[in-house]
Design a protein around this ligand. Sequence first.
Ligand code: SAM
Length: 403
Amino acid sequence: MAAAVMRAAVLLRRGRVPGLGAVPRRYHYKKKWATTAPRIPATRLALHHFDTTYSLQLQEHWPAVRAAMLCEQKYSALLNNFTSTDLIAQELELISATDFVSEAARKAQCWQEGVEVEKRRNTSLEGSGGDSMMVLTETSPLLRAPINSNIKCYTFPRGDISRFRPAWPDSLGILSYYLMDAASLLPVLALNVQPGNLVLDLCAAPGGKTLALLQTGACGHLAANDISISRTKRLYHILNSYVPKEIRETVSVTSHDGRDWEKLQGGAFHKVLVDVPCTTDRHSVMEEENNIFHKIRTKERQMLPMVQLQLLMAGILAAKPEGEVVYSTCSLSSLQNEHVVERAIDIAETQFNITVHVEDLSHFRTLFQDTFCFFSDCRLGELVLPHLTANFGPMYFCKLRRA
Ligand code: SAM
């Protein structure tokens, strides 16, 4: 018996199983491999990390958000106002896509008209009930923040997962639309650029939001900055493909570390967009390449909230008094979202004696509820949650006004 066991052990060491012939090479066990393998894919590490943190943060919403993030993302077509848009709009409408920005703008206008009617009715009525109604409606954020209707962005209806075909150039070689996550437009809409505004896009590359800012037709001057030279090249490429030369000349592209912006041009801008580097949650669970959950990038990932805070501080200091700053990420993480905003407000007050107010953007939830799923329990700012019927986001955005 003992001899039989010994023989079996010898056979196994030689790669043979008694009675079964040779063991396939892949089952060979080599000690030296054991020290390096198995390597856990970064996407799995990301998902594990998110399962731990987001199940607590999003509670019962997390399973649905998780499923959506692991499925194909939905895209929208941002119409390029620098080409003739009418024909393209007609083509998109023929395939059942609709412009969700114009729809929201129309909705906001209807509400405003409704309030005007209400006001007139109340002034003709006697009694205090009517007055209190007027106060309520006049303080509604809907009436304070119009939606820039120059921006036109088409999406397929909820639950429709059709895709847009790639954009095509016009006779001058300018592309007709830019395909992007529709939720990326919300920080730009929240910034609400007014005609002649000096605008800073502090972390601009590859340039989707820069292009959207230009579509407002309102930027007096746009400074588009990104620390990465290779990504800045992608920004140039987008500008060259979508924007005519005379408009490009109103944009200055730089590759500075945004954290040092104050030394370059502090207090100069009416509007500042701070779209920071983050854990790019959707990318992190889907793509191995350039994944921030790779072991070698652990330190970089852990430093993100600090870098985000420094960039937001630089954005606040770059704004003029009464200037507005929108902070955004494509992460669900409250550590990278609300916490960064809270810390920045605190530092602005205590170290720079600058009071910063958070602007109410809750009307975005009402205006865009047909297109996006919003998280209703976000402490500060707004958060778009990916959902299988509206698979955009994640996108966090929060608007600040410097006093
Ligand atoms: N706003 C861009 C868009 O819509 O296409 C996306 C910006 S991406 C989320 C974040 C960007 O921040 C990256 O392109 C990255 O190179 C840049 N970045 C990282 N650290 C930076 C820093 N210290 N200063 C300026 N840009 C930085």
